[in-house]
Design a protein around this ligand. Structure first.
Ligand SMILES: [Cu+2]
Length: 237
């Protein structure tokens, strides 16, 4: 059965709700909960990612063709690296801190966006034979700043601050950029390279679905997560 939701936009003229409703096959997960899944697309003309200029450790970093990763759009218009989360959930699953990874690999960060429950452990790795210095900041505070001089090194940090943190490298690699998002609930995801995401186990209810992209910003959308799994296809334009 396909269901329609109210096409209600909350102050988000640039976020389109393209398509709503998905069949609930009755097999996935707890039937008393809802999985919200879908695709975030970018409908504008996405320029090819621009190459970055290597100004430090040219002998090593220059071996790899590096590009600006702040707007990555797939051939099918899927928008990567969008943080998607559900606001206003009461009850439901506990937010359990876990383990996440952020690697310095070939003079870029992998992954580009990390989302995790606040209090999780972040394993910061260096897979390169050069110094990286991974520095995470909130708008008004440092979160961590670790030097990784050795290949194969991993430094662990517990991330106990809430928010969206910008990560850069203080070792002269100005092009290196990543983001960390922390949440006090488990209802979040980051879109894959094809723009897809899935947020399972929501207790039924009306919520605000939020999308955040580093270049395109934040949008909100009311969703009715009741009566079965919900497909929500969204687009920035
Ligand atoms: Cu670096």
């Amino acid at each position: 059965m396909r269901r329609l939701l109210r096409p209600l936009l909350l102050g988000a003229p640039a976020l389109l709700l393209l398509c709503l409703g998905a069949p609930n096959d009755g097999r996935a997960g707890d039937p008393a909960t809802v999985t919200v899944s879908g695709t975030v697309q970018f409908l504008g003309d996405a320029p090819a990612p621009s190459p970055v200029t290597i100004t430090q450790d040219i002998d090593y970093c220059g071996k790899t063709a590096l590009h600006n990763e702040n707007l990555l759009v797939s051939a099918s218009k899927g928008l990567a690296n969008v943080v998607v989360y559900v606001q206003g959930v009461t009850g439901g699953k506990a937010a359990v801190p876990g383990v996440a990874k952020l690697d310095n690999t070939r003079c870029r960060y992998e992954p580009h966006v990390v989302a995790m429950v606040v209090g999780s452990e972040l394993q910061i790795g260096n897979n390169d034979p050069i110094l990286h210095n991974t520095h995470a900041r909130l708008p008004k505070a440092d979160v961590f700043n670790v030097a990784l001089p050795m290949e194969g090194q991993v430094i662990e940090r517990t991330i106990d601050k809430m928010g969206l943190m910008k990560v850069g490298c203080d070792a002269g690699h100005d092009w290196m950029s990543a983001w960390i998002a922390t949440f006090d609930h488990p209802y979040f995801a980051v879109t894959a390279a094809d723009g897809t995401f899935s947020i399972p186990d929501l207790p039924p209810g009306e919520y605000t679905l939020v999308t955040w992209h580093e270049k395109l910003g934040k949008r909100t959308q009311v969703i009715q997560a009741t009566g079965g799994d919900l497909g929500v296809d969204l687009a920035y334009q």
